[in-house]
Design a protein around this ligand. Sequence first.
Ligand SMILES: [Zn+2]
Length: 318
Amino acid sequence: MHSLSARQCTIASIVNFSGIGVHSGLPVNLSIEPAASNSGIKICRILDDGSRSKPSDVHYSKILSTNLCTKIDLGNSISAATIEHVVSALSGLGVDNALIALNGAECPILDGSAMPFVQAIVDCGLKILPEKRKYIKILRSVRVRNNDAFAVLEPYNGRALDLEIDFDSPVIGRQRMIFDWTPRQYVEDVAKARTFGFLTDAKALRQSGHALGSSLENSIAVDDNEILNPEGLRFDDEFVRHKLLDAIGDLALGGLPIYGKFRSFKGGHGLNALVLSSLFANEENFEIANADELPLDFDALDDLPDGLNVESYLRSVG
Ligand SMILES: [Zn+2]
């Protein structure tokens, strides 16, 4: 395999975003900053006095809630919500180490996909670090379920997701996507898929203080038989692609990239968190492996020489 795909990376410089929280409706600034080898993805809050909270691992053990979004405990009664899209962008691009800093309680929703994060990270470029990348290699199948919904992590020579959804809505219905991860495939097939919601749920959500920032600018709105967004869908099956985007973000809360296959049916943030905690509940289910011990070879962003901007690499992706 290419030697560089075995090495960790971070982003080359700080990237900044401004937007609103989809649930809070409040303005928020978020930055992603470079971080050292073996630090993983961390998150902190910039407090009203300008100080920073202690960076906290983006880790399944810190999950406070998976209701509508994934919310992480940062200690001292502060938290960060709706982390899944920015974390998906980092994980999907193969960024091992980064610090996310935000000055509000919820990450900005931007256009409802991971693409604005991806574009900014790609524009800024990646920095290859000296240390080897590590993976969580799945050794035994782990399965969790909730009625007919389930999520599975199982041994597999590669990094794959096989995700199926089934909505009682004629514009969504049953959709399945099988995805073999590479950074390039993530950018082409996953990153642009937007979050979605049903008009019938919107009123109750708003009354309970959720979805206050949601609009056609950042969500696909589904009415009984139609999509309300005038521009339509970005993919015919944008819904399952967004669920896959969410799953990539949620599974990054394992702390290291997973080497194996994830399967789910009618899944979501809750089952994704549960399958991780079940995996780590038994040490015989997994092992930590160095990248050069694994048969994983991909046409990766991190195959590029140190310091080279990846923008030209991805220009052909569009
Ligand atoms: Zn999402």
